[in-house]
Design a binder for this molecule. Structure first.
Ligand SMILES: [Zn+2]
Length: 198
């Protein structure tokens, strides 16, 4: 707590206690200094929150599009590497097979999950797409980088075919008018995507 010289309410000079500690309240008007400090902190936090600009839909979709290209390229490389003998034998059968298509979808999900989760947790809340678009995913209360668990939850379905369900449920539970419509899992992870101030 900051040491005050005069009471901010009545102007009474504040004398330290005999043991040198700061008094809890003003001896003239009774203003509680600790409560006052708490109130100020709360107001400051509120003001900071108002200054935060949430990323708009276009920025988020563009960042996701960039990340999707990177993730599917990685998937394609890994898929090709682990199936080299099959591809050499019969490339057309491989690239038109539904079986390998579903393996690729699953692999894309797993690679995408680790890509998003690790980059956001250890790169200031930013994937490569988010870095380019100057947005980041942060904890919704502190506006600091969240925990790895938070990023794991929010990215759980992001690169899976279930993303659409995540999005629809998020839309249905929101109040629809607000610009804070979030995917359900993002809502659950208590994270928000904000614009980085230049
Ligand atoms: Zn006072």
């Amino acid at each position: 707590m900051k040491t005050l010289k005069y009471c901010p309410n009545c102007g009474q000079e504040i004398k330290g206690k005999e043991n040198g500690s700061f008094p809890d309240s003003c001896e003239n008007c009774g203003l509680n200094f600790k409560e006052r400090e708490k109130k100020i902190e709360k107001l400051t936090r509120k003001a900071q929150r108002r200054e935060v600009n949430y990323a708009d839909f276009f920025q988020r979709v563009t960042a996701f599009f960039i990340d999707s290209i990177i993730i599917s390229s990685l998937t394609w490389i890994v898929m090709s590497l682990i199936h080299i003998p099959i591809i050499i034998q019969d490339p057309i059968a491989f690239y038109t097979s539904f079986y390998y298509f579903w393996i690729a979808i699953f692999l894309n999900w797993v690679i995408g999950f680790f890509y998003c989760c690790l980059l956001e947790a250890y790169n200031n809340g930013q994937t490569i797409g988010k870095k380019i678009l100057r947005i980041c995913t942060l904890d919704e209360n502190t506006f600091e980088v969240g925990s790895p668990e938070q990023y794991a939850i929010t990215n759980l379905l992001k690169t899976s075919p279930f993303l659409l369900i995540d999005f629809i449920v998020g839309f249905l539970i929101s109040d629809r008018d607000s610009d804070k419509i979030l995917r359900y899992l993002q809502h659950l992870s208590k994270t928000v995507v904000i614009k980085i101030k230049s």
